[in-house]
Design a protein around this ligand. Sequence first.
Ligand code: AP5
Length: 211
Amino acid sequence: MSDSNPRLVLMGPPGAGKGTQSENIVEEYDVEHITTGDALRANKDIETEYGTPREYMEAGELVPDPVVNEIVVTALADADGFVLDGYPRNESQAEYLDSQTDLDLIALLEVGREELVHRLTGRRVDPETGENYHVEYNMPDDPEVRDRLVQRDDDTEETVQERLEVYEENTAPVIDFYEERGLVERVDGDRSPDEVWEDLDATIEVALDDG
Ligand code: AP5
């Protein structure tokens, strides 16, 4: 393993489990979790020269590159090792990232479209803790928490379908960009979170040992 902490990118379509598995990576490898989605949700209404992030996010579209690149470059400056979640999302962001840092691994979580729609439309979020739940297979025991759960604005059926289209059009080509460099490892994300983690963790270990 190299002396510095790992520099990882977790890719995959909306709902593939990037946020869920990033938490495991942070705990295991002691790296920063850099997530453009969370950063943008925390700043949805800031005025930029392109409008507010909210306008793009609620339509399921990508927020303009300069806004997102700025978030990432600021976070990278403070990070000794990281897992990037939700970035890069198009080729121009990938090229920008390339100009800023080296990477050890791109781990790609693969999940079929039907399961993605099911996960996202059923997701509920605790606004107080940010914790994710699911209406069918993962609800909190505490009735107080259950009562305050909300649906993310972009988890409606229509917006989820748009996000998946945007992924296919903009983000899937980024995988080819990294594949040409031999950086991509695919992980079957269509299993329980623990099973996915076991495989992902082993994949990261191998990549770091080889690196
Ligand atoms: P972002 O927040 O990044 O959303 P996303 O990529 O669409 O991904 P999600 O957070 O919805 O899913 P996830 O893969 O993290 O899955 P999760 O672990 O939560 O981006 C939102 C928006 O911000 C974008 O649409 C865009 O507008 C903007 N944006 C962000 N980054 C940008 C960028 N770089 N450039 C431009 N714009 C950008 O899991 C999902 C659900 O499934 C949860 O309920 C979870 O509990 C459940 N689940 C997870 N794993 C499993 C499993 N193995 N089995 C069963 N259920 C599971």
